[in-house]
Design a protein around this ligand. Structure first.
Ligand code: ADP
Length: 349
């Protein structure tokens, strides 16, 4: 039954009760027939006015309820656009306000869910592609070796070398994926220790010295003497620095220069790795920290990783409460900057 009908019936019942009482009063001879008729007429006029007033008063309430019901029907069909107008009495306006807040939150959650579903699908597709490509290559080379079609030693060694190269890439990819899933699942116990910055940087340079030399790159470092130690997990931060330096080497021109600087920013330490490479345009800068994002879209790379390096760096830095940013322009080299907490800041975190 509709709200209007409810109100109309309740009016009817109360008027009926009044008219019946008047009739009983007349029966009991308490009033004359004329007085009873007069009171009945007054009651009927009052009832008519009351019905009209009710109809006017409940109109905004009905409109408000109708708006809410239309909007919830649209939401049920997946349409979250448009706000419910706030009309009617204060309680209904508040209800419309709360409904709008709920609609906006639901809209946001559903968008986030759809986005994460899309990136999950992209992730699975990328993982499958990056696992399948080296595996297919290994398989074809092994088959060629098994079929004994290769007779000369040089080709034989070249095939073996390719198999070894692809196996290393595969194992690197699996290690990266394992590391990322551990970071995602909070499976790495965060146990930072005070550690000197210069040791971190020197160790990183030593581990990449072969690559640095083979490309004839110059290294400039600037590390003030009085920097306090950072409060970090050294192995993880070493990995971040290795990754940044490795990228800088990879994208630097032959005999270019790479600068590594460290500076104190209050209770944080900033480390920057600057190269003279091809640079990264603005649109790509937002995406390079995404998993599997590579600027070379072909994915048929002969060089470079799977696009997981910077994603791992970001997760490791987030674990430390730090940040990673890039400053770059097409053709103008890149500066990757990370911030790490000192022992003093870590005590606050
Ligand atoms: P990869 O393992 O492919 O290097 P990363 O996550 O380390 O993956 O980097 C993602 C992408 O960001 C790279 O494919 C590259 O296109 C770009 N990139 C990273 N570092 C640099 C750099 N120093 N100069 C230019 N481009 C870079």
């Amino acid at each position: 039954m509709r709200l209007r009908t409810y109100l109309f019936l309740s009016n009817l019942v109360s008027i009926g009760a009044i008219l019946l009482s008047l009739f009983l009063i007349y029966q009991g001879m308490l009033l004359t027939w004329f007085e009873v008729m007069l009171l009945m007429a007054v009651t009927c006029i009052a009832a008519l006015i009351s019905v009209i007033v009710h109809a006017i008063v409940i109109r905004p309430i009905v409109r408000s309820v109708r708006n809410l019901s239309d909007s919830s029907e649209k939401m049920a069909q997946g349409d979250f656009a448009g706000e419910v107008p706030q009309v009617g009495p204060a309680e209904f306006k508040q209800l419309a306000r709360q409904f709008n807040t709920m609609r906006a939150q639901l809209d946001h959650s559903i968008r986030t869910l759809r986005q994460s579903e899309a990136s999950r699908k992209e992730l699975v597709a990328n993982i499958s592609h990056d696992l399948r490509t080296p595996l297919a290559s290994i398989q074809s080379y092994v088959e060629a070796l098994q079929d004994r079609v290769i007779t000369d030693e040089e080709t034989f060694q070249r095939y073996l070398h390719t198999i070894q190269h692809e196996t290393t890439r595969l194992s690197q990819l699996i290690n990266d994926l394992f590391q990322l899933s551990r970071l995602d699942a909070d499976a790495i116990a965060f146990q930072p220790v005070p550690y000197p910055i210069d040791t971190l940087i020197v160790d990183t340079l030593q581990s990449q010295s072969f690559l640095l030399e083979s490309k004839g790159l110059n290294i400039l470092t600037s590390i003030p003497d009085n920097l306090p130690p950072v409060q970090v997990m050294p192995f993880e931060i070493q990995r971040v620095l290795n990754n940044l330096l490795h990228n800088a080497i990879q994208y630097s021109p032959e005999e270019g220069c790479i600068q590594i600087t460290a500076e104190s920013l209050g209770s944080w330490i900033a480390i920057a790795v600057r190269d003279e490479g091809e640079g990264i345009n603005l649109a790509e800068q937002e995406r390079i920290f995404d998993r599997f994002y590579r600027m070379d879209k072909s994915r048929n790379r002969r060089s470079g990783g799977a696009g997981l390096g910077l994603a791992i760096c970001k997760s490791i830095l987030e674990l430390h409460g730090g940040t990673i940013t890039v400053e770059s322009g097409k053709g103008g080299g890149s500066i990757f900057r990370i911030t790490l907490p000192t022992a003093q800041e870590a005590a606050v975190i």
